[in-house]
Design a protein around this ligand. Sequence first.
Ligand code: RUB
Length: 331
Amino acid sequence: MEGIPREVLEIADGIRSMRIRGAGKIARSAAEALKIAAEKYEGAREPGAFRKYMARVADLLIETRPTAVSLPNAVMYVMQAVFTPASDFESLRNSVVSAAARFIEESNNAVKRIAEFGSRRIKENSVILTHCHSTAAVSVITEAYKQGKVVKVYSTETRPFYQGRITTRQLLENGVPVVQIPDSAVRYFMHEVDQVVIGADTITSNGAVVNKIGTSQVALAAHEARVRVFVAAETYKFSPMTVIGELVPIEFRDPSEVVPPEWLQAHRNVRVLNPSFDVTPPEYIDAIITEVGVIPPQAAIMILTERLGWAIDKIKQAGLTKLRFEDLVEE
Ligand code: RUB
C-alpha cells in the first residue's frame, strides 16, 4: 500500500468493514477516494507514472466488496479520465479530479430524480414495505410521504447486520410513521401492504435485481399477495459485465455476523453460512425507477447500452472477465 494516502486506505477499509455501506454510498465514497488519491499524488509528475498509481488505487477499491456493481462502475467512470490521452501531468490530474467530483454530483442528483419519479408511483393512503437500508428507496418513500400519500411503512430488521434499523431511524427522522418487523414476519403483514419499495446493488442485463439477502423472499410474498414491487436504482447499478454473460458474484460474509463467536466455539461441527445478497428474477418486479425514467425490468439492456455502452465496449475490447485496472495501463 506504499504511496497510497491514508484517507484513501481508510475509505477502502470503511467499505470492506461496512462502515461505509449501501451501493450508492459505496460508489460515491470510491469516487471520493480516487479524487483524494489524485490530489495527494506525490510521485513522478508525468502521465505514465500517475496512471499506474491511479490503477493501483482503483484495483484496491474494487476489491473491497464484490457484489454491488456501483463500485466498479463508479471507479470506471473516473478511470476513463485517467486513460484519456494527455500531454501533461497537471491537466490529466485536473481532469481526474473533476471526473470524480462530477460522478458524486450526478449520483446525488440521480437520487433526487428517483425520489421525484418514484413518488408518483405511490398511491394515496399507501402502506409500504421496505427491506434493508437503501438511500434511493428511503428517498422515494420520504418524498411520497411529503406528498401526503404514505400512512405507514413496514421496515424489516434485515438480519444479520440489521441495516433495517438504519432505515427505521432515517424514516422516523423524516417524520414517516414506521413499524419495525422481523424479516420472518414479511408474509404475515403483506396483506396490509400496498407497495414494496426496495433498492438494488446490481441489476443484470436480463432485469434480475441483486439486493440484500431476503429481497427475493419479500418479492415472492408480494407476488403471491399481488402487491407491486418497485426497485429504486441509479443507472450505475446496472452491470456491464452481465452483458458478456458474467454472473454477479454473491458475497458471503463472516459467520460471526450470524451467531456469536462463543456459539461457534461451542458448536465446532456446525457450518454457518452468511450470504449477503440474493437474486430476484424480473418476473417479480413491476418497475425499476431510475434517474432517467421508470422502466420495466425487461428494459435493463436499454439502460445498459444507452448509459454504460462505453463500459461494455471497454470490457469487450480488453476481453475482460474480471476488471483489473493495472492490466489496462500501457507500459
Ligand atoms: C445494502 C443493500 C441496499 C442497496 C441499495 O447492502 O442491499 O439495498 O445497496 O442501497 P449492504 P442504496 O448494507 O450490505 O451494503 O439505494 O443506498 O444504494
